[in-house]
Design a protein around this ligand. Sequence first.
Ligand code: G3P
Ligand code: MG
Length: 277
Amino acid sequence: MASPAVIAHRGYAGVAPENTVEAAIRAAEDDETTMLEIDVQPAACGTPVVIHDDRLEGSRDGRPLTDASGLVWETGLEDLRAAHVLGTDETVPTLTEFLAAIPESVGVNVELKNPGTTELRFADALSADERAERRKVWTPFVERVVDACECFDGELLFSSFYEGALATIRELAPDYAAATLVWDDLEAGPEIARRYDCEAIHPPRNTVAGTGLAETSYAGFTGGEPEIDILEVAHAEGRTVNVWTVTNWHQFDQLAAAGVDGIIADYPGLAVDSSEH
Ligand code: G3P
Ligand code: MG
């Protein structure tokens, strides 16, 4: 069985300041890296910047993120450039700067986070009218993201937990590849993928049937055999499955043996290490 593609989560956040240009270059130098996964949100002027949390001081995962504070989309570019990531010399890059820093041989998975509001919830089931309203929220941000990506010649894959983001990508950039991220509803993954013609589904690591990981609690799943075999369903429809987030070779081995197509990983070397065990 072919080894899964390795996608560097937040630019190998386990070993480098997350979502920074340094992380991008480090991953690009790592032979096994197929793609970099990064998170984007708009600055106050609408320019897409590469950062995970909605707040500069960090609002997720209990770790400080930069030495500045405030909502990303209320912060100007000058202030973002002055914000140091985790006390390093690295500042918050724009998407354009980030894409310019990596060679074409490394693809990029651009995850669309908040479009300038924290009001949205993951994978809302939307009526047709609500979808139209939601596209209005996403359109200015997705337009800027697509513009920034046009200068990049490597492989690009957009992903999002938000149905509104996928709907808008399909409207504005139908030729780009897209993936739906799954948080807590596995059956919604294939449904949303069908609705927006997504090439890939990105479920959490503990949703793959037949692995020991399915018994563990992670993301929106509390453990137990998944209600569907996501690999079987996705592959039958010609979609790939890239699983997040893998933090050790034991997880990597189990998911590789199950036949996932890609593994979004925090550490480099997992594919190499796993073959030695
Ligand atoms: O894209 C996979 C993964 O990055 C989703 O979770 O919170 O790390 O962006 P998060
Ligand atoms: Mg992400």
